[in-house]
Write a protein that binds this ligand. Structure first.
Ligand code: LEU
Length: 394
């Protein structure tokens, strides 16, 4: 049966009134489109990241279909996961059982992935994570891979950059969101790296991703005179923490993790965001022709510069589409039974090498990304205190 799930594509709509498909596409029933599931946090406290990822998906769908990379063309089937585990589980079930997707790009948070990915694994549906950076994501199963380099690979670069800016650094206050799997994983790596670099961790302060008031944690930490602060959290809690550190007169360097790598931080900490260091897995300044072509297409379609989360989501789509393209050379994708196609797609994607906006990438047998280029950005706020940018450190 041909799928009619256009209602799923519209954000914020419910499934009521959708013509429910059979969920099977067997030989003899030819599909007119190749559905790729996209499960992102489009509402809730992680929604700003999900929206950045969705922008990458939109540009991917436009470009890859214009290039006619697959026959039949791909169609992105978008499901809002909200920002919690239950929403991600629901979205995965809908995409797998109702939309009958070939693979899934998502979910936004590692915290959601640890709950939702096992569902795809059991169903034999490949998942390419665009932004999960906690240690242990590809290990969830054979069908789980990611294009988002893990905290263990990215986070240490920020500490090395801080030491380069100020070799005298000694006393570090560490903050993290204890209700979030990625933040717990990242702080572990940060703390290990700090110790390996001979720095002293004078305190470890905990909060929640839903917190906005960090007065007591900040006061506790500042009493110990740190000269470096290292934060693992998401944008709203991280931004408030950064602002309150400056309001309570902290003058030293601040490192933020993957959760603060977004311009959506700027309205939260405003002028106080200035100077924060962040390690990044993507730079729009990467001069490779692949990246510059991507950047131009992105800017033409969306009138903004692509962010890391946008580039990573685009890359996840590229991996799936190029793998379908390779399979399509010797197979009829329109008639191949869905289970077989999902299985072959997973094998194919793990074998390939991809020339992406993130640079050339490929995968470990386990599904973790192998990437070479990383960056450290330093936030430069404009005098208006509202807008700013991540300036690349050399
Ligand atoms: N890297 C984070 C995670 O793995 C998500 C990102 C959108 C801040 O949960």
């Amino acid at each position: 049966t041909v799928q009619h799930l256009s209602c799923l594509v519209l954000l914020g709509t419910t499934l009521w009134g959708c013509s429910q498909s059979q969920g099977t596409s067997s030989a003899g029933n030819s599909a007119s489109e190749l559905p790729i599931g996209v499960a992102l946090a489009l509402t809730g406290n992680a929604s700003l990241y999900g929206q950045e990822s969705l922008n990458g998906i939109k540009v991917a769908e436009t470009r890859f279909n214009a290039q006619k990379l697959t026959t039949p063309p791909i169609r992105m089937v978008i499901q809002d996961t909200g920002s919690d585990e239950a929403g991600a589980v629901n979205a995965f079930q809908t995409l797998i059982n109702q939309a009958n997707v070939l693979g899934i790009i998502g979910p936004t948070l590692s915290q959601q992935a640890f709950s939702a990915d096992p569902i795809a694994e059991r169903a034999g549906v490949p998942v390419v994570a665009p932004s999960n950076t906690a240690v242990g994501i590809p290990e969830i199963g054979l069908f789980i891979s990611r294009v988002s380099a893990p905290v263990s690979v990215v986070a240490p670069a920020a500490i090395k950059a801080a030491l380069k800016l100020n070799p005298q650094l000694k006393r570090v206050a560490v903050f993290y969101a204890q209700d979030d799997a990625f933040s717990r994983s990242e702080t572990e790596i940060f703390q290990k790296t700090l110790k390996a670099q001979g720095l002293e961790i004078v305190t470890v302060q905990k909060g929640q991703t839903t917190d906005t008031d960090f007065q007591s944690q900040v006061s506790n930490a500042l009493r110990l005179n740190p000269d470096l602060v290292v934060i693992s959290g998401l944008a709203a809690d991280g931004g408030n923490l950064i602002r309150q550190l400056r309001e309570l007169n902290y003058k030293g360097l601040i490192i933020g993790g993957n959760g603060v790598n977004t311009v959506n931080l700027f309205p939260v900490c405003r002028a106080a965001c200035d100077g924060v260091l962040v390690a990044q897995a993507y730079s729009p300044e990467n001069p490779s022709p692949t990246n510059q072509t991507f950047r131009q297409a992105f800017e033409a379609q969306l009138q903004q510069v692509p962010s890391q989360f946008s580039a990573q989501a685009y890359t996840a789509a590229q991996v799936l589409v190029e793998s379908l393209n390779a399979l399509g050379k010797t197979n009829d994708l329109a008639t191949m039974p869905r289970g077989e196609l999902r299985q072959k797609l997973n094998q194919q994607l793990l074998q390939g090498t991809y020339d992406t906006p993130l640079g050339e990438i490929k995968f470990t047998p386990n599904g973790d990304v192998i990437q070479r280029q990383f960056y450290v950005g330093q936030i430069q706020m404009n005098p208006d205190g509202n807008s700013g940018k991540f300036a690349l450190l050399q």
